[in-house]
Design a protein around this ligand. Sequence first.
Ligand code: ARG
Length: 660
Amino acid sequence: QDLQNAGRLKQQLEKLFEESFRTTIPDEPDVEPAIAPCQDPKFGDYQCNNSMGLWAKVKGKGTQFKCPYPIAEAIMKNLPSSEMIESCTVSRPGFINVILSKHWMARSIHKMLIYGIETWAPELPVKRAVVDFSSPNIAKEMHVGHLRSTIIGDTLARMLEYSKVEVLRRNHVGDWGTQVHTSLKLSMPMLLGLLGMKRGVNALRKMLTTPSNSIEEYNHFQINLLFFLLFILSNFILQPPDDIFRDLQFGMLIEYLFEKFPSGEVSDDQAIGDLEAFYKASKQRFDSDPVFKERAQKAVVSLQGGEEKYRKAWAQICEISRRGYERVYQRLGVHIEEKGESFYNSYIPGALELLNEKGLIEESEGARVIFIEGKNIPLIVVKRDGGYNYASTDLAALWYRLNEEKAEWIIYLTDVGQREHFEMVFTAAKRAGWLPAEDYKYPKSTHVGFGLVLGEDGKRFELAAAEEWTAEELDRTAEAVGYGAVNTVEKSLFLQRSEHTGHPNTCLSLVLLYADLKNNRTTNYTFSFDQMLNDKGNTAVYLLYAHARICSIIRRSGKDIEELKKTGTVELAHADERVLGLRLLQFPEIVEEACTNLLPNVLCEYLYSLSENSTRFYTSCQFLNAEKLINGSVKSRVCSKLLLEYLQVVGSAEETSRLL
Ligand code: ARG
């Protein structure tokens, strides 16, 4: 227990203040301590801000106190004695400043070094969570948004896992087209609409050439135009354009598969490679050959009708697609488990029945919908053609995650564009009683939206340019950026390649990950290699630099790390060393904040300032003085090990450990 609490600095301070509140103002129980790091370090390390609020509560109730100041003084006096506090002061109007004991700080850090960083894990109010992230769509290419979802989702999962939450990492792959004859409906109204347009144009031409009967022609024109508009519109209402396209893409890929592999079977020795190339080739075929196009349209109908041959082809395309994004995951060191939309298909009727029993589902214009207060459009759960959609799948998935997987926190990562969708799904679940109405209660669901990725021109960043690259070109670029990062670090340190920085790919992923993660995820972020590689700014290169430098100090001490940990002492002698020590001790509260608000950038800011602190520390302490090291101090190890382990919470464990 003692060990578990050793590093939880803020939590321990809160306990002490709570006790003092109980003796100082017994009439006001349940006051939550407001403890925060001091804004200005000249006052102390932490401050308690409760006196002002307490004064507002007790004034006019016959209290002995005249203003917040004496309340603060009394709280300070009643603080139980503790070895963690060196001294306290009160400043106006009623802040209580705490200066921590240097010995306690040093001991806490040393304990962590011996017993491991796990002993600093914050306590979160959930045991099991689902993180739904990455989730690309089959038969569509993985875009930057999916990449961002992958990076942020993986980091959130790591942060929660570090905090001892069991995380179910779920890839909600869009592997299911819409169902039931949608493309027939697509072609009939389209045809009629086109007919209307043709006749309308004819009428218009006649009207212009023979002005004598123009009134009659004008009416013709109007009626036919109306026809045209009506059909086009009804089509889009029946089925959003995205779905139409997706279905067609499934058909296109299936037909192309049959063409390439007439047996419909892709054997291992005829591997298709990745879907991207396959997709491009079939798209070319689709665009250039009308007969092929027609076959693709028919294939969609057969697939949705459940024909065995087509289902099999679909499964194989999913498999090829999967191979494509598996490679991305591997490269980024991301672990994720696929449970695609198709997985929840059989749970949809049951989930909708439950919602129906609660009277939530209504009939509207032939579709079955849930009306949500404050929203202009209802949530469609069964389309007019009887098919299910994205929303019905998400409702079933939510039910499954709550009731079968018993998750207490379900976190979704997509771009902010899907906020409305999730708001509606969550509201429906609350009204059905699946989730508590209050947001602070568990089980809970949260949509984590993120902004766009922008190019340096300020426009939406597309991987389109990179798409044109060959695999070789792509690899070369990756190497260049990776080595760029390595070189920046090595040049400044005169290190030998790969001794401290590992393979360029390792650096590349860290550089890319960090560049994304350091931004507040709700803002758009500009993709710029120059910025990512700046060794003076807030970049992974700067962190790697700090890390490599510490490693080199340890190496030059000629001591074994395990031995240093046992025999060394943590002193916190110099002022800059104390600042660094305090910053290290704040790790648990930073992780807790980052987890609670699902903001990885909080952790990144911390890492950056930690690196700055450590740079300042060894500059002012002349740390390169090897003699001092040989005397057996573990200071350098403290920074290095922590930085490494912090990086592991953000980046991939395997990759960062290779950095050493
Ligand atoms: N496949 C979706 C897309 O690309 C994202 C899925 C997000 N997860 C979910 N449960 N809806 O937009």
